[in-house]
Design a binder for this molecule. Structure first.
Ligand SMILES: Cc1cc2nc3c(=O)[nH]c(=O)nc-3n(C[C@H](O)[C@H](O)[C@H](O)COP(=O)(O)OP(=O)(O)OC[C@H]3O[C@@H](n4cnc5c(N)ncnc54)[C@H](O)[C@@H]3O)c2cc1C
Length: 309
């Protein structure tokens, strides 16, 4: 393969698409933590066919990263090399065929729960408590209040690295605790979710209950990335973090939430490095006290800035 001429900009090497390319695009604005450097190129595909054309035609040396609404994402200060893909309007259809709800990967989980409620379909109430998209929920096997994607997903559709459409049923998705085992370069485009008949009023009551519990226990009105670390086997990350004395711990503009100490918060001026270093500080304190290695649940993407950031 011939190396790309040095002065050719990345956008000029990418396939012709119907969606949009934006060079040097601010990514932090698309994340809950509101930090991080730019995407070298941000691609917003028009629809599934457009995404497939891009994946089939992009140069092999260009890395691809996909983001949802960044509710589980820390973008590092040096930005993300290559192409970052953010699905939008072409991926937000929600339809149903009997008890099967089909939702595009860019749908907010909350909107899927609301639409199912309108149709008198129950089983997706837990999604109303997760502030991400269906694509992010599939990748993370997102869950709350006793249910997770593994319990409701019949199948997922994805575009693979060659631009081919993949249809995968639940068993093959290899769902585990806050992850799915699908190849990292697959981009989910839709999910088929199972539901059952329910009373809209009862579904609404369950969603209100979930919302009240969240308000009570999580700092949901702050710049956060949700649970920072996965719960280790047999214990709760927040209990270990608390017992290691990390509640309220600060580094630069980053802070361990007082309300829920498995949540990191950007108090206003944090850099991604502040947040990541604070997280690493928490990990080493927990390890020193309990001999437990916490695993990052938040996905960290991109590169650190030179010079210590
Ligand atoms: C206040 C708060 C509360 C939260 N509560 C919960 C909770 O109760 N339960 C829970 O499970 N999570 C919770 N989260 C975390 C987060 O909402 C979930 O992990 C969510 O599923 C992430 O979806 P997203 O669209 O924001 O994905 P992003 O954060 O943008 O990305 C997360 C991962 O998914 C991948 N991804 C995104 N879209 C796609 C796609 N189309 N195809 C392939 N991969 C994709 C990304 O590459 C990345 O690896 C919470 C977060 C916050 C901020």
């Amino acid at each position: 393969m011939m190396a790309a001429p040095r002065d050719l900009r990345l956008v000029d090497r990418l396939p012709k698409v119907r969606g949009t390319y934006r060079a040097n695009a601010n990514l932090g604005q698309y994340t809950w933590l509101r930090v991080g450097g730019p995407a070298e190129v941000l691609f917003r595909p028009a629809d599934e066919a457009d995404l497939a054309v891009f994946m089939a035609g992009k140069p092999a040396d260009v890395p691809v990263t996909v983001v949802g609404v960044g509710s589980n994402l820390l973008v590092r200060d040096g930005g993300v090399p290559g192409v970052t893909i953010r699905l939008g309007k072409g991926f937000t259809d929600i339809t149903h065929d009997g008890h099967i709800v089909r939702a595009g990967a860019a749908c907010l989980d909350l909107n899927v729960a609301i639409q199912a409620r309108e149709w008198g379909l129950s089983g997706l109430e837990f999604l109303s408590g997760i502030p991400g998209t269906i694509g992010g929920a599939l990748r993370m096997n997102a869950g709350a209040y006793g249910r997770e994607m593994k319990d409701v997903t019949l199948a997922a559709e994805a575009i693979d690295a060659k631009g081919e459409r993949q249809y995968t049923t639940n068993g093959a998705l290899c769902f585990g605790y806050r992850h799915s085992g699908m190849p990292a370069d697959w981009i989910f485009v839709a999910a088929e979710l199972k539901t059952e008949s329910g009373e809209p009023a009862a579904i609404a009551a369950r969603m209100a209950e979930i919302q009240a519990k969240r308000e009570d226990s999580q700092p949901i009105r702050t710049r956060t990335g949700g649970s920072t670390f996965a719960n280790p086997e047999g214990s709760k990350a927040w209990e270990l973090i608390d017992a290691a004395g990390c509640r309220g711990l600060k580094r630069g503009g980053a802070m361990v939430s007082e309300k829920h100490c498995n949540f990191l918060i950007n108090t206003g001026e944090a850099t991604a490095a502040d947040l990541e270093d604070l997280g690493e500080d928490v990990r080493s304190r927990v390890n020193a006290k309990f001999g437990v290695e916490l695993r990052w649940e938040i996905k960290r993407i991109g590169v650190r800035l030179e010079g210590g950031k």
